[in-house]
Design a binder for this molecule. Structure first.
Ligand SMILES: NC(=O)c1ccc[n+]([C@@H]2O[C@H](COP(=O)([O-])OP(=O)(O)OC[C@H]3O[C@@H](n4cnc5c(N)ncnc54)[C@H](O)[C@@H]3O)[C@@H](O)[C@H]2O)c1
Ligand SMILES: CC1=C(/C=C/C(C)=C/C=C/C(C)=C/C=C/C=C(C)/C=C/C=C(C)/C=C/C=C(\C)C=O)C(C)(C)CCC1
Length: 535
């Protein structure tokens, strides 16, 4: 018989400080500095995930109604892929890097960058992709050589317990451990001094974390949410846009931080877009979303009520879906045509399967509304001609963007991921995860034999020419004039023929050569004509 899901059990508050202290002390033993140790731990984690695959599938089903495909692709295989990628590259990433742009004089000191562990870090997970958003950052933290405490979200309780089991089965408990709980346990954790806190969740809690970190000057990575716009112009492939956006909104029943919160559609293609969304819904869920094994549920009654309230508050018209079932925590994928930018569906992040669609007159209006709704969302999704999508990118800000798709950029596991402004700060995934969890430590070695050449740095300076000697070695000359224009050195002038650019210089040289050949040919013809007496 397979293993059973465990009941959620909070870590006793009285145990938290001593656990933290144990994890802190382990860092000082330097055990996690050893790169091979880190790789082995990550490989063990990989196999423990594999061995607990069925439990993870069961837990995600119970917690969020997640089907096999979504749990495999965005949780289990996602984290396993990450582990393989990280373990394949870690030895290379950990090597000291020679520092760039070092002057000849300073090269003797062999400046380099060492990727140093930060120390003891706290990873706080969110409920919607319980494994991905907890183990993902934790893999980065382990790869960086840190000791780690993971606090999964209590709102996906079965998944949280499976993660604890996996950690206990695979990882060194003195280096990496899991603490379960909610606000009371978080309060105790946040009183501790961490070397970094990695938080995924809401902006409201993000502020609490940041405030708690401030007295210790602990750096914080914030992976928050946003009211992400999708924009569809009249030049877009409307059917394709509808299908892709439907995919981005029905995954995990819309509980995805990077899915679009609303869609701005050119009025000329609004009806067609809505029809294509309806067509897509019957294609994705032929027997209806409720009967589909693939379609998820709201995580709990609180979330269900919140999303339902947003739907109840709209002044728009429901044109597809709209059914809900509180017992089952089910909310049908719902398309609502709205007419007001202040609609309840625009004011907040829905984090549910609601698809408000607002007609706009043109792209400029769409951009204006998007920027007014949220200046710095997590994602922007634009469908239209190249010029139009370029314009959207150039006139908006966001953590990431997918052109001609919904949230695609967020599905590439090796692409750096993060928010901007109030949708978050810091990034991770792939190599970015490693970089987030190490300190780039600059190191020099000054050889003894160079002392006589470095003597000019020591006082006394007054009455000596030490500054003159050193400045010859160290100071650079400006290559620009007082107007900010670039000045050309004579070597550059020769190679660029005064154009300032090598390509333009080469073009000018070709033209000059062509003219010289032409003059030569003309002169030769005149000479020949003279000889032949043709003049
Ligand atoms: N940028 C991302 O990668 C990303 C990913 C998933 C979710 N999100 C965002 O997160 C939100 C939904 O996730 P959620 O409900 O799990 O977020 P949440 O902020 O409620 O919870 C996240 C974590 O914070 C802890 N927490 C909750 N209240 C706390 C408090 N008062 N003090 C200290 N800790 C507390 C929880 O235990 C949990 O582990 C949405 O806004 C969504 O956009 C962002
Ligand atoms: C196979 C060939 C090709 C390429 C095909 C490609 C690129 C297929 C891609 C398929 C995809 C993207 C499937 C869907 C995957 C869904 C994933 C991974 C979901 C991830 C969810 C995430 C990360 C959620 C995150 C949530 C967060 C952060 C917050 O809430 C071609 C086209 C090259 C041709 C040859 C064959």
């Amino acid at each position: 018989m397979g293993a059973e899901l465990l009941e959620f059990k909070t870590t006793p508050v009285g145990e938290i400080n001593s656990t933290v202290e144990r994890i802190r002390q382990t860092f000082w033993t330097a055990k996690t500095r050893n790169v091979q140790f880190r790789i082995k731990q990550l490989r063990k984690l990989y196999w423990a995930i594999e061995d607990n695959k069925q439990l993870i599938l069961d837990a995600c089903k119970k917690d969020l109604g997640k089907g096999f495909f979504e749990t495999m692709i965005a949780e289990i295989a996602w984290v396993q892929n990450d582990i393989i990628y990280v373990t394949n590259n870690l030895a290379k990433w950990c090597k000291d890097e020679s520092a760039p742009d070092i002057s000849l004089a300073n090269k003797f000191m062999r400046p380099k960058i060492r990727k140093d562990p930060l120390g003891m870090v706290l990873v706080i997970g969110a409920f919607n992709f319980p494994l991905q958003l907890s183990f993902g950052p934790m893999v980065g933290a382990i790869s960086g050589g840190n000791t780690v405490i993971l606090k999964p979200s209590e709102n996906s309780p079965r998944s949280a317990m499976v993660m604890q089991k996996i950690m206990q089965e695979s990882l060194d408990p003195d280096c990496y451990t899991c603490i379960q709980g909610s606000i009371p346990e978080m309060k105790v954790l946040l009183e501790e001094k961490w070397d970094k806190i990695f938080f995924t969740g809401s902006a409201t809690v993000g502020k609490i974390i940041t405030k708690a970190a401030a007295p210790h000057l602990t750096p914080v990575v914030l992976e928050l949410g946003g009211r992400n716009p999708a924009i569809v112009t009249r030049k877009a492939d409307v059917a394709l846009a509808a299908r892709r956006l439907l995919w981005a909104k029905t995954m995990n029943a819309g509980q995805v931080c990077i899915s679009h919160n609303y869609t701005l559609v050119d009025k000329e293609v609004l009806d067609q877009f809505v029809e294509e969304l309806k067509r897509g819904l019957t294609e994705f869920f032929p027997k209806g979303a409720k009967a589909s094994e693939d379609y998820g549920r709201m995580v709990n009654t609180g979330s269900f009520n919140r999303v339902k309230k947003m739907l109840d508050g709209t002044t728009g018209k429901i044109v597809a879906g709209g059914t809900v079932d509180a017992e089952d925590l089910f909310i049908e994928p719902t398309v609502i045509v709205i007419t007001d930018t202040e609609d309840s569906l625009m004011r907040d992040e829905s984090f549910g399967p609601l698809m408000p669609v607002l007609g706009v007159d043109n792209l400029d209006q769409a951009i204006h509304i998007a920027n007014k709704t949220h200046e710095t969302p997590l994602g922007v999704y634009a469908f239209g001609s190249k010029d139009e999508t370029d314009k959207v990118l150039a006139s908006t800000r966001s953590g990431g963007a997918s052109i001609n798709d919904g949230m695609f950029h967020g599905t590439i596991g090796t692409l750096a991921f993060g928010g901007v402004g109030d949708s978050g700060s810091g990034s991770y995934r792939g190599k970015a995860s490693f970089d987030t969890f190490v300190h780039h430590r600059s190191i020099t070695h000054t050889p003894g034999w160079i002392e006589s050449m470095l003597k000019a740095r020591y006082p006394p300076f007054a009455g000596t020419n030490k500054y003159g000697q050193l400045s010859k070695m160290l100071l650079q000359k400006p290559n620009f004039d007082r107007e900010g224009n670039q000045k050309l050195g004579w070597i550059t002038w020769i190679f660029t023929l005064g154009t300032g650019g090598y390509f333009r210089g080469a073009s000018r040289a070709l033209i000059l050569a062509g003219m010289a050949v032409l003059i030569r040919v003309l002169m030769d013809r005149r000479t020949m004509n003279g000889i032949l007496g043709k003049d």
